[in-house]
Design a binder for this molecule. Structure first.
Ligand SMILES: [Zn+2]
Length: 187
C-alpha cells in the first residue's frame, strides 16, 4: 500500500513507539533514520532525510512522509496521506499540552512532494538562535514554513496525529492531574 509515498521515521530515542511501528507496516517503502535527539541534530537529520529523498529515493515515491518516533497515527492521520498539497502536515499537540503551531505546520508529521523537495533550497530545517546564541528565535517548523513560502509553496494542515510525551501525575485535591513537562513548573 501507499507505494507512491516513502515513510521516513525520525528516531531519536532509540525506539519507535509500537503504535507507529504497526502503522508503518502498511508502507512498502519505509526507513528509520536514527540519530541524536538534540535540537540542531534533529534539524540535521531532517535535512539528511529530505536530501536523501530528493537525490536518492526510488523515483516511484512522489512523496516523503517524515514522521517523528513519538507520533501516534490515528484514523484521521490518513487525511494527510490523501492531501494533494505539495507540503502538508498533520496537526499535533506539543508537550505543553497545546496544539503545536496552530497557524503554521509542525515538523513532527509532515508530507513533502518531490517537486517541493527539489524547489525549496536547503537547508529545509533549522533552529535559529539570537545573535548571542542564548535564545531560540525560530524553531525548525517555522523556519521550514518560511522556506516553503519563499519558494512559492503554501503548506497546509491535513489530518491529525497523536503525540506521546512523558507525563507527570500530580496529586490534586480532586484526584490525579496529568501534566506535560512544559506545564509542570506552572503547577
Ligand atoms: Zn516548532
Amino acid at each position: 500500500m501507499h507505494s507512491d509515498t516513502f515513510l521516513a521515521v525520525v528516531a531519536g530515542r532509540g525506539t519507535v513507539n509500537p503504535l507507529l511501528r504497526r502503522w508503518a507496516e502498511r508502507f512498502e517503502r519505509r526507513r528509520v533514520f536514527y540519530g541524536s535527539d538534540l535540537r540542531d541534530h534533529v534539524a540535521c537529520r531532517r535535512n539528511t532525510i529530505v536530501k536523501w529523498f530528493r537525490d536518492e529515493a526510488p523515483p516511484a515515491a512522489a512523496w516523503l512522509l517524515m514522521v517523528d518516533d513519538d507520533v501516534v497515527p490515528v484514523a484521521r492521520t490518513d487525511e494527510l496521506l490523501r492531501c494533494p498539497a505539495e507540503v502538508a502536515a498533520a496537526r499535533v499537540w506539543a508537550r505543553t499540552g497545546r496544539e503545536a503551531h496552530p497557524h503554521g505546520i509542525s515538523a513532527a508529521c509532515v508530507k513533502i512532494s518531490r517537486k517541493a523537495a527539489r524547489a525549496i533550497p536547503p537547508p529545509w530545517f533549522r533552529f535559529v538562535f539570537s545573535p548571542d546564541g542564548t535564545r531560540e528565535v525560530l524553531c525548525e517548523c517555522r523556519y521550514f514554513w518560511r522556506k516553503c513560502h519563499a519558494a512559492g509553496f503554501t503548506p497546509v494542515q491535513a489530518g491529525i496525529a497523536g503525540h506521546r510525551f512523558p507525563v507527570t501525575v500530580l496529586p490534586e485535591p480532586d484526584g490525579p492531574a496529568f501534566r506535560f513537562d512544559g506545564e509542570v513548573e506552572d503547577a
